[in-house]
Design a protein around this ligand. Structure first.
Ligand code: NAD
Length: 311
């Protein structure tokens, strides 16, 4: 199986490294020149559970991919707002049978994928693995995780199961899901509360959870996600989801600053808000479902991006 990782930042590097260590033919495709150069010169370097590991992998600039080379599987790991550009740039390496697995956080990616990839080749997933980028060519990979995935096209369940088995052979702990949209919404509820609230309030998850208004804010937001999901025939269990979100205050993870905080406050990078709370606002408007909390949070994160001149 010839695999390409399209978007080889923190998560793409994790998947690329684990698949390569599993003996697979892996190519990284990315748009960040300094990162590509570092990987070409020194290999992809990782602090892998405390051990220094480096792997040498072919790495290509996304605007210069070689369209004579086709891949069997392309795993997408851009940020949400980079997805369309990546799909447009890699058209040349997508053959008629190339399967495309999208593992980004957030909502609404299928609509974008369908503009570039035939529906029968699209697979959608959700992952509990984590990763951090320390600088060009360097990642930090700690802990354990899992992947759930499902086919978007009709009658492609067997293909989805094969992709899950393939990922699991390299230790990625993947399984087939018969309701991936539920899992994606469930994760989006965590991102749609913890990410934007810690970023706007400048605190970690535990500090937010200790405030007297945390519970009421989380309940309001989760209810907006559930009201929008319901129109799409996905029935979120609000009380289970609120408990799931509030497990972020558990002492084992309470001192964590979510990725949106790291991106915007620490690194002045633009956020994925338009694909989390912003997606709920847009869908809510379309379906006639009021989403005042998501509307305000999306607008405030955009204001914060402007104040910090995020790129
Ligand atoms: P990332 O920011 O590390 O990488 C995404 C892209 O941005 C890559 O192409 C990378 O090269 C580029 N990039 C990163 N820093 C840059 C810089 N300073 N200048 C120019 N380009 C830069 O993103 P990620 O954390 O790998 O996330 C990818 C997707 O996976 C997102 O949808 C995210 O929400 C999701 N996700 C992330 C994690 C995690 O722990 N990081 C966990 C689960 C899901």
């Amino acid at each position: 199986v010839k695999v390409a990782i399209a978007g080889a930042g923190a998560m793409g590097s994790r998947f690329g490294m684990m698949l390569a260590q599993g003996g697979n033919d892996v190519t990284l495709i990315d748009g960040w020149l300094a990162h590509i150069k570092a990987i070409q010169e020194n290999g992809l370097q990782a602090n892998y559970n405390g051990k220094n590991v480096s792997v040498h992998l072919p790495v290509k600039l996304q605007s210069e991919v070689d369209s004579t080379e086709k891949f069997d599987l392309v795993i997408i790991f851009t940020k949400s707002m980079q997805l369309a550009q990546m799909l447009s740039d890699i058209q040349g390496v997508l053959g008629q049978k190339t399967k495309v697995l999208c593992l980004l956080n957030g909502l609404g990616h299928v609509e974008t994928l369908e503009k570039y990839v035939p529906r029968e080749n699209i697979f959608l997933g959700n992952t509990m693995w984590t990763a951090g980028l320390e600088g060009p060519g360097k990642v930090k990979l700690f802990g354990f995780g899992s992947v759930e995935l499902q086919n978007v096209g009709e009658r492609k369940e067997e293909d989805a199961k094969q992709i899950a088995d393939f990922l699991s052979q390299s230790g990625l702990n993947a399984s087939y899901s018969d309701n991936i949209l539920y899992s994606i919404y469930r994760k989006a509820c965590v991102n749609g509360t913890m990410n934007c609230l810690t970023t706007l309030l400048d605190c970690n998850m535990g500090q937010f959870g200790a405030t007297s208004t945390a519970h009421q804010i989380v309940v309001k937001i989760v209810n907006e996600f559930a009201a929008v999901a319901k129109v799409e025939k996905i029935n979120l269990d609000v009380s289970e989801l609120v408990k799931h979100v509030e497990s972020c205050y558990d002492p084992s993870v309470a001192d964590h600053y979510p990725s949106m905080y790291q991106d915007l406050i620490q690194n002045k990078r633009k956020t994925e808000i338009d694909y989390i709370n912003g997606a709920i606002s847009r869908k809510g408007q379309k379906y006639g479902v009021p989403t005042p909390y998501c509307d305000l949070l999306t607008a405030m994160i955009h204001a914060k991006e402007e104040l910090l001149e995020a790129k």
